[in-house]
Design a protein around this ligand. Structure first.
Ligand code: CTP
Ligand SMILES: C[C@](O)(CO)[C@H](O)COP(=O)(O)O
Length: 227
């Protein structure tokens, strides 16, 4: 079956506050995005890679690819004003009648190949596969009255990407007006009245969001190299 991956990197990284958006910052000697694309490519070079970045960054990305000798084949697509719009643009660029598509944040370079692989397998079986992890900490629910209440953490999961889907189903799901609660692709899919299937993600698969995440990312790379 055809397999594609949409790597969304159309954001500006406001919470990182760096002069260049976080997806282009270097960790371990190359930009974050290159690590992310490589995980998919090394797992299976036949996966069609679609990279979504802001249109204004197209030439900058081309320069980075030349500078770092980056040769992983990928198609570049213009991002939108929100993550939802960026994913939609990525989906519209895939003309296959059917197949599977993994949607992954460009700023999650530590996704494991096993999670990506499991995502494709389970999405082929169930129509969707959403990577999640159990909570390690206790949690409390806040109220408007400034109170807080214990919550049973076994009923909660932290949501990661990849979120992998049957291509036809997810394209159909994205053919809607964007809603405020569409923070990921699972919410768009279930808005269609479909149930999402959860798979185990990997704890290292952090979303690089704020400056301390960059330090942790460096640490994870050093640990991988055995330094
Ligand atoms: N218009 C947008 C907004 C976000 N994203 C992507 O969605 C992923 C997760 O979003 P987030 O971490 O929130 O990234 P930013 O929007 O860049 O960060 P911030 O909210 O701090 O500005 C990132 O890979 C980001 O580039 C995107 O493709 N298009
Ligand atoms: C898609 C996502 O990474 C899953 O955890 C997340 O929902 C993105 O949210 P953000 O607040 O826009 O970073």
């Amino acid at each position: 079956m055809n397999r594609a991956a949409i790597i969304v990197a159309g954001g500006r990284g406001a919470r990182m506050g760096s002069p260049i958006p976080k997806q282009y910052l270097e960790i371990g000697g190359k930009p974050v995005l290159m690590w992310t694309l490589e995980v998919f490519y090394q797992l299976d070079p036949s996966i069609k890679l679609v990279l979504v970045i802001p249109e204004v960054d197209f030439s900058f990305w081309q320069e980075l690819c030349q500078q770092f000798g980056f040769t992983v084949p990928h198609e570049v697509v213009a991002g939108g004003m929100s993550r939802f719009q960026s994913v939609k643009n990525g989906l519209n660029s895939i003309s296959w009648k059917d197949g599977l598509v993994a949607i992954h944040d460009g700023v999650r370079p530590f996704v494991s190949p096993e999670v990506i692989s499991l995502g494709y397998d389970k999405a082929a079986e169930y129509g969707s596969a959403i990577a999640v992890t159990p909570l390690k900490d206790s949690i409390r629910k806040l109220t408007d009255e400034n109170k807080s209440f214990y919550q049973e953490r076994q009923y909660f999961r932290l949501v990661q990407t990849p979120q992998t889907f049957d291509l036809k189903m997810i394209k159909q799901a994205f053919d809607v007006t964007e809603l405020h609660h569409f923070t990921d692709d699972a919410t768009v899919f279930e808005h269609q009245g479909r149930q999402v299937y959860l798979i185990a993600g990997n704890y290292e698969n952090i979303k690089i969001t704020t400056p301390e995440d960059m330090e942790y990312a460096q640490f994870l790379l050093h640990r991988r190299k055995g330094d």
